[in-house]
Design a protein around this ligand. Structure first.
Ligand SMILES: Cc1cc2nc3c(=O)[nH]c(=O)nc-3n(C[C@H](O)[C@H](O)[C@H](O)COP(=O)(O)OP(=O)(O)OC[C@H]3O[C@@H](n4cnc5c(N)ncnc54)[C@H](O)[C@@H]3O)c2cc1C
Length: 408
């Protein structure tokens, strides 16, 4: 725990969470590659009961939803601990993406009816959800070009459209869908977020998309889906019509802290494995790999880069806690690309230090890399965040590039 970000309740909770992860969950990794999906989820369901019994359920929830009311900065440090076993930690504690973002959204902006029908079963871990925004035909980096429509007809919306990379859609009970409801409004006021139960007629789950050759299953998968005259009641609209982008920003601000702190946990895990290997792999009689200066460079650079990322992310979390996501926009952009790249660099170094073993199933490194390479793409590609940060900085220097483009 970073002392400057420590609080009394975190000092009480964090050791308990870490102990749970190390004692109850870490062993699951030993058979990660041979266990079937059904066996894994059955095991995790029993682990979820243990989390509840230990009084550790709902750590990310506000007090009015039966949670601890932790700040983003406090929960971020819990999230790092859960990532010591990234395939099991967050899921077992029911704070896995994309559900955690959907829970936060519905808790803040959902109607009483939506909370009862969708949020509460989600909080109890009885159902899962997904978030469908990206479309194969249009650049996800410019979501104002969305083509999925939700047309109002009486008391219903009729959705038509095509989405992909909808994470966790396989087995989800509902999707929060970003769809155009107001096509003639200014670009950022055209779309709305609408809850679509996945058993609605016209909702089709087309396929799970293989990532680096692996399609995954359940929560750990990404799907292509279609809406064909898919009709839902207007009461499934979240917030106001046309508020989709505003809600997306609200959802993504804290969401990026969750991702970044998870990546820091992953980097710590990779770092630990790298150091253990460097200290134990004998290169010639009596000479360990860690005695080579290249490897010492990997270790020293990784240590400082992980610590730097953690300080940056927790500073950003504190800023969101104090001033909100909108006021912390630049910091949020900065941590997204900085932490994603740091995590991938540390993972890559750790794989390198393990040699051929690093690419095998002998450690979790290759599997984690396969699942996390997308970090530089999802929730805004690196280049988009860098551009957004640079534009904001240059504006302070009197160069308003967005305004200049609008006037051309
Ligand atoms: C594993 C994974 C899970 C995902 N989960 C979800 C999900 O649950 N729900 C959902 O809706 N979406 C999800 N996505 C989609 C993700 O949000 C999009 O992939 C992302 O927004 C980028 O959109 P795109 O793939 O259409 O790439 P494009 O927008 O076509 O961009 C392609 C590349 O162009 C470059 N680029 C883009 N803009 C600029 C710029 N301004 N300047 C310079 N270069 C630029 C970047 O390198 C970018 O990677 C997921 C993606 C992945 C990989």
């Amino acid at each position: 725990m970073e002392k400057i970000f420590a609080t009394a309740r975190l000092s009480e909770l964090l050791p308990k969470v870490k102990a749970f992860v190390l004692n109850e969950l870490l062993w699951l990794e030993t058979e990660h590659h041979s266990r079937s999906t059904a066996e894994t989820y059955a095991l995790l369901d029993s682990m979820r009961e243990k989390v509840k019994a230990a009084g550790l359920w709902g750590l990310h929830l506000p007090k009015n939803e039966g949670g601890w009311g932790l700040t983003l900065c406090e929960f971020g440090q819990i999230s790092e601990a859960l990532a010591l076993t990234p395939f099991y930690g967050h899921y077992t504690f029911n704070c896995q993406a994309p559900d955690i973002g959907n829970m936060e959204l519905l808790s803040k902006f959902g109607s009483e009816e939506q909370k009862k029908k969708f949020l509460h079963p989600l909080l109890e871990g009885k159902i899962r959800s997904c978030f469908a925004m990206t479309e194969p035909e249009y650049a996800g980096s410019n979501p104002t070009r969305l083509a999925t429509t939700a047309t109002r007809k009486g008391d219903t919306y009729i959705l038509n459209g095509h989405k992909w990379f909808t994470s966790s859609a396989d087995g989800a009970a509902f999707a929060i869908v970003m769809a155009v409801t107001n096509p003639t409004a200014p670009p950022h006021q055209r779309a709305s977020m609408i809850i679509v139960p996945t058993n609605t007629r016209g909702f089709s789950h087309i396929r799970k998309i293989p990532v680096f050759g692996e399609a995954g299953a359940g929560w750990a998968s990404h799907s292509e889906i279609r809406f064909e005259n898919c009709e839902v009641p207007v009461t499934n609209l979240i917030g106001e019509e046309g508020s989709g982008f505003k809600l997306a920003q609200e959802r993504l601000g804290p969401g990026r802290i969750h991702h970044c702190m998870r990546w820091i946990g992953i980097a710590e895990k990779a770092f630990d494995l790298m150091c253990k290997r460097a200290a134990s792999r004998e290169m010639e009689e009596g000479v360990m790999l860690g005695e080579k200066q290249f490897i010492q460079g990997f270790i020293a650079e990784s240590r400082v880069e992980i610590d730097a990322a953690r300080l940056l992310v927790l500073r950003t979390a504190s800023s969101i806690d104090a001033d909100g996501a909108a006021a912390s926009r630049n910091q949020i952009s900065g941590i997204k690309f900085f932490t994603a790249n740091m995590m991938l660099k540390v993972l890559d170094r750790s794989i390198q230090v393990h040699g051929a073993m690093g690419l095998s199933d002998g450690t979790m490194l290759a599997t984690i890399y396969q699942h996390e390479r997308g970090a530089r793409i999802w929730d805004g590609a690196d280049e988009v965040h860098k551009q957004s940060l640079a534009l904001s900085i240059l504006k302070e220097y009197g160069l308003d590039i967005k305004k200049k483009k609008r006037s051309v």
